[in-house]
Design a protein around this ligand. Structure first.
Ligand SMILES: Cc1ncc(C[n+]2csc(CCOP(=O)(O)OP(=O)(O)O)c2C)c(N)n1
Ligand SMILES: [Mg+2]
Length: 173
């Protein structure tokens, strides 16, 4: 699917036909967040859906598009995410969080064995590069341009804020 935010509504829809068959959804963090209210809908209607969120804390595809289409360095694409597992539990839905690769298999088994909706927040590397189905020379050249630009780009507002904080801690001023 190329559309963000339609994963959980489609998973709910798919779970009605045939009824009670387990449905598995895999999607990005921001796509999931954009239709977050479906945690409550899935719980309310007891839909047996498993939502696996690939949580890289950013809009990775947008970063990649910006770089490979225009040779630019994307900005404001990294953001604070809720704790999706805790949020699911608040909505009376099972929520699981996983950050270590070694914990992945048992947590996936736990999620699949659960009778009812389950949200699994899978923390993944924000710097892992996604590779599109076809890479043209134009995309490769632009991507390199973007990487080189990023060496010289001024630090983001977030980095400047962190650096200022570090200065205060180091100097006490
Ligand atoms: C309905 C809709 N709105 C906007 C977009 C543009 N768009 C493509 S990828 C993306 C960000 C996706 O972020 P995330 O779900 O976190 O996945 P990631 O790229 O980080 O794996 C957006 C907003 C889209 N494809 N569909
Ligand atoms: Mg993401």
């Amino acid at each position: 699917m190329r559309r963000v935010r339609c994963g959980s509504p489609q998973a709910i829809g798919a779970s009605f036909a045939p009824p009670d068959r387990q449905v598995i959804m895999v999607g990005g963090n921001s796509g999931f967040q954009a239709s977050i209210q479906n945690i409550v809908t899935a719980t309310m209607y007891e839909r047996p859906i498993n939502c696996f969120i690939l949580n890289n804390g950013c809009y990775k595809f947008i970063e990649f598009e910006e770089a490979s289409h225009d040779g630019n360095v994307a900005s404001e694409t990294r953001f604070l995410n809720p704790d999706y597992a805790a949020l699911a539990e608040t909505c009376h839905c099972k929520g699981i969080s996983v950050s270590e690769y070694s914990d992945l298999l048992p947590t996936v088994q736990e999620a699949l064995a659960h009778d009812g909706p389950c949200i699994m927040d899978c923390h993944v590397d924000p710097n892992a590069l996604m590779i599109p189905p076809a890479v043209t020379p134009h995309m490769a050249a632009n991507y390199m341009k973007s990487e080189i630009k990023s060496w010289f780009a001024p630090p983001s507002a977030e980095m400047q804020h962190l650096a200022a904080q570090a200065d205060v801690e180091a100097t006490g001023l």
